[in-house]
Design a protein around this ligand. Structure first.
Ligand code: NAD
Length: 416
């Protein structure tokens, strides 16, 4: 998927929802553009004394429903169009689960593998200082994304706190627990995926606890979703990572796979009691639920006709292409779309922010209970909108999201 296409894709999804809602053309034009785009060029002194210049971005799409929220990505392909599309998707994701944020995204065009830890820290502290004119605990709250992690969030929190003169934990989420991070945040996205799968089973007349599940991706989202599915009694028959997959019709021992093989050379493929399969074979296995929890562009016009599942729950962002969507719909396969299925992460980031602002921290059971309530409620709203508009789940999620943002924009009125 090229970067330009990502923005075109985001805009065409908006156009489809706008059509269903008979959205005012002026409002449509406002929502098709980001509110603010910041591009910064900044120097970093490398370990060998030379100076490198980097380009970074922060894009805020919409602030009608609250401050903006979204990740910071460190990757060589990061650019302004990609950040803009991802910011727009964050607006819809926050709106569909009804948390009071607009969307943002940002990042730095950099290959982190070429940096030492000290260089990464200097790059992070300088980048956040360059964009601090638009970031803040009441205005725009970053989070981790590809190439960034808890440590990067800790440096960001520290840098902005040094500049403020006091500790500001609510300026960033995805922090280590000891710096004001939330219990349950690491598992939140996978947990939300499983809540959606469970709710979808109910409306499809399936019993989640007796489903056979295929999970692509065994990272943060995939391993948690697989483990929670196993805990609920379901049988996870195949999992994969970037190196390939493993399959056992009788079920795989997820916790053992995670504890013994994740992060080990060769990964899950070291497990013996299974058949090795490729990632493309894995996607086409007969199963009740397919969870693409790895990367974008996995179910495409090329392979969608061969997908043999009853339900797709998108833990990853953008795993299904628009042409594949149509094929799956024609085959009667329900797709729980990414902006709903993987929203558990941003919901718990919202909880982290609320806890930081109140300086009062919840127990994990409390976090999980609230997360499950929000995710199940959002699923129910999207499902009934799908029925009402006689459409698919992705369009229904977009209809709810765009309607909420458009309504907030209209009630606030256009300043001045
Ligand atoms: P991760 O890096 O922890 O794990 C990614 C997994 O996918 C790894 O097992 C990796 O080996 C595998 N993978 C990479 N390339 C692959 C390929 N070509 N084929 C098959 N597997 C491949 O990442 P994550 O945090 O689990 O995120 C996974 C997806 O979920 C991404 O699309 C991300 O944007 C999305 N997402 C994550 C969160 C979150 O809170 N972590 C929230 C929302 C959405």
């Amino acid at each position: 998927m090229s970067e330009v296409n990502v923005l075109e894709m985001a805009r065409s999804q908006l156009a489809m929802a706008a059509k269903h809602l008979d959205l005012d053309p002026g409002l449509h034009a406002v929502l098709a553009q980001p509110k603010r785009q910041v591009v910064v060029n900044f120097p970093v002194v490398m370990d060998n004394g030379t100076v490198e210049c980097y380009q970074g971005y922060r894009v805020q799409h919409n602030t009608s429903r609250g401050p903006t929220k979204g990740g910071l990505r460190y990757h060589p392909d990061v650019d302004l169009d990609e950040a803009t599309a991802l910011a727009m998707w964050m607006t819809w994701k926050c709106a569909v689960v009804n948390i009071p944020y607009g969307g943002a995204k940002g990042g730095v065009k950099v290959n982190t593998k070429s940096l030492s830890k000290r260089e990464l820290e200097k790059l992070t502290r300088r980048f956040i200082s360059e964009i601090n004119i638009v970031v803040g605990e009441r205005s725009d709250i970053p989070a981790p994304d590809i190439g960034t992690n808890q440590q990067v969030m800790a440096w960001i929190m520290d840098t902005l706190s040094m500049q403020a003169g006091y500790t500001v934990p609510g300026v960033v989420t995805g922090k280590p627990i000891e710096l004001g991070g939330s219990e349950g945040r690491i598992e939140a996205t996978g947990r939300g995926v499983v809540v959606c799968a469970n709710e979808a089973c109910k409306v499809l007349g399936m019993d989640f606890s007796s489903c056979e599940i295929v999970v692509q991706g065994f990272g943060n989202v995939g391993s948690v979703a697989a483990e929670l599915a196993e805990e609920a009694g379901a049988k996870v028959i195949a999992v994969s990572d970037a190196t390939g997959g493993i399959y056992n019709k009788g079920g795989l021992p997820i916790r053992e796979l995670y504890e013994r093989y994740s992060g080990v050379e060769g990964g899950i493929r070291n497990y013996k009691d299974c058949d090795p399969i490729s990632n493309s074979e894995l996607l086409e296995l007969p199963c009740d639920i397919l969870m693409p929890n790895a990367i974008q562009g996995q179910i495409t016009g090329e392979n969608a006709a061969r997908i043999q599942t009853k339900l797709v729950v998108e833990g990853a962002n953008g795993p299904t292409t628009p042409d594949a969507d149509q094929i799956l719909s024609d085959k009667g396969i329900m797709v729980v779309p990414d902006i709903l299925a993987n929203a558990g992460g941003v919901v718990t980031s919202y909880f982290e922010w609320v806890q930081d602002l109140q300086n009062y921290f919840w127990e994990e059971t409390e976090v999980n209970k609230r997360l499950e309530r929000i995710m199940a409620g959002a699923f129910e709203a999207v499902y009934s909108t799908m029925k009402k508009h006689k459409t698919d789940m992705r369009t229904a999620a977009m209809i709810i999201a765009v309607d909420r943002v458009a309504h907030a924009t209209t009630v606030r009125g256009i300043f001045p």
